[in-house]
Design a protein around this ligand. Structure first.
Ligand code: SF4
Length: 497
């Protein structure tokens, strides 16, 4: 019997990629992957420290995993484990904490735990012994390069880690350390390997991609992207997130390449200069306007997403109104807004002018209401356009907890059942050519526009390869592709290409 392992990932796309690499290492070592909560021999939780809510969930799920198998091992890693390792280790004797900065050790641990399972040895003892003997070894933040992706249809490539900014609310930089980058030559080799394994799109990821810098060549992110485009054929690239103050001519030029997804998610955080000042963000709103204008010049109609923190200490009604006014100007197609969450060890946590949680929640709700209308406007602007679509998965399969960068899914449903079926979770359909493009025509928006997420109705312009799952003949027609977290992100084809 294969020993079993299960995974729970909190937070950003970078954490998800690192879990993919860990899962691949356990699979190679001979483990079978089991659903989280099924009492597997080993449970790996890759934690996040961006919000108090993400930490609370992690503690709850660690306790659940400990209860799930009293003879099992609960491995806790990630950013929360980096900053609060002792507190997490105290949750149970069979919880073993690997700080986020040593997360690559978990890759090596898989084979040792497989051997221990074979010989009936206690995995907790094995894990502790392995970690003790590895302490002091040089860490490799770029050791996470999975050959296959168990949980995502679109592979991600980690090219950067850490951050040199000092935003007053941020604990990520404390957990992830200073900015480091994967050299261009190595990034290109990895992109080529992903393309050769059939990837149609690669998501470039890091903590702060805009701080990418290859010390060997002096290349910045734009130069990296140009090198990847020149050094690979056909595969498309997606930029996971970007900073407003780093949108310059070089970036806009690279972004204008048709093989780069016309989607930029800006870490805006606020639309008010005074609030941005207290956040110690390295830009003000005029720079944001310039950045968006430059991007819209380079890629008219591109899909603009933004992150927002509302209810930051000292944020008055007037300051919030400024944020609303800027959003009204920019009309982003997607907004990820969350209420300010004080993080221990950050300057903002000590700032006066606490905004009541109720008020912060109301501001988020108001912004999300506007966001739905802007998202629908964006989808409407795509009607009548032809594009390419990647089908990804079936709604409802557990994957990651919603931190920053929740996973996105496209759903395929048989003709006729589409509208309602997809909304309620399609049945009898599953991912088909998940890493291949599908030519589609964006036809319109289904009636149930106001439910979370926006659906687009498309018709398939070409027959699907006689592939498994979708069954080409009967789907040459219509289907709906709503997504849980971000309708248009997950169907890159529906994004302006
Ligand atoms: S840019 Fe600011 S918020 Fe983002 S990781 Fe760096 S310090 Fe944190």
């Amino acid at each position: 019997m294969k020993p079993s392992v299960s995974f729970r990932t909190f937070g950003c796309r970078l954490n998800q990629l690192e879990t993919e690499a860990i899962a691949a290492a356990f699979e190679t070592a001979g483990f079978g992957t089991a659903p989280f909560g099924s009492g597997s021999l080993v449970t790996v939780l890759n934690t996040c420290t961006v919000t108090g809510k993400a930490e609370q969930k992690a503690r709850r799920e660690i306790r659940a995993a400990l209860r799930g198998n009293p003879a099992g091992l609960v491995l806790v890693t990630g950013c929360y484990a980096e900053v609060e390792g002792e507190a997490l280790a105290a949750l149970g004797e069979r919880a073993v904490v690997v700080p986020g900065s040593a997360k690559d050790l978990v890759l090596d641990l898989a084979s040792r735990l497989a051997e221990a399972a074979e010989h009936g040895l206690d995995p907790v003892d094995e894990a502790r012994a392995a970690l003790a003997s590895a302490s002091g070894h040089a860490r490799d933040p770029f050791a996470f390069r999975p050959a296959s992706f168990a949980f995502h249809a679109r592979p991600a490539l980690k090219v950067q880690d850490g951050c040199d900014n000092a935003c007053t609310y941020c604990r990520v930089r404390i957990a992830r350390g200073r900015a480091v980058s994967l050299p261009v030559a190595e990034a290109l080799a990895r992109a080529r390997a992903l393309a050769a394994s059939g990837a149609a799109e690669i998501v470039l990821t890091g903590v702060n991609l805009s701080q990418y810098h290859d010390p060997g060549t002096g290349a910045d992110f734009a130069a990296l992207l140009e090198a990847l485009l020149a050094g690979t054929d056909g595969v498309a690239y997606r930029i996971s997130s970007w900073e407003p103050d780093r949108v310059d001519g070089g970036f806009a030029r690279a972004f204008s390449n048709p093989r780069v997804r016309a989607h930029v998610h800006l870490a805006l955080q606020s639309g008010c200069d005074a609030t941005l000042g207290r956040m110690a963000r390295p830009y003000r709103t005029d720079r944001v306007r310039e950045a968006v204008a430059l991007l819209r010049g380079a890629r008219p109609g591109f899909f603009l997403g933004v992150d927002l923190i509302l209810g930051f200490p000292g944020e008055t009604d007037a300051e919030f109104a400024e944020t609303l006014a800027l959003l009204d100007e920019l009309r982003p197609a997607w907004i990820h807004a969350f209420p300010y969450s004080p993080r221990p060890g950050t300057r903002a946590a000590l700032m006066p002018g606490k905004v009541p949680e109720r008020v912060a929640g109301e501001r988020v709700a108001l912004v999300m209401e506007r966001a739905r209308a802007w998202r629908a406007d964006y989808a409407r602007s795509r009607v009548g356009s032809e594009t390419e679509l990647v089908l990804e998965g079936i709604e409802g399969s557990p994957d990651v907890e919603d931190g920053l960068g929740a996973p996105d899914r496209a759903v395929a449903a048989g003709p006729g059942a589409g509208e309602a079926g997809a909304a309620g979770g399609a049945t009898g359909s599953r991912t088909g050519t998940s890493d291949e493009f599908l030519g589609v025509l964006v036809e319109g928006l289904p009636p149930e526009l106001d439910r979370p997420g926006v659906a687009v109705r498309v018709s398939i312009l070409e027959a699907l390869p006689g592939g498994e799952g979708l069954g080409a003949p009967d789907l040459r027609g219509r289907f709906v592709a709503p997504t849980r977290s971000d309708p248009l992100l997950s169907a890159p084809g529906v994004l302006p290409l």
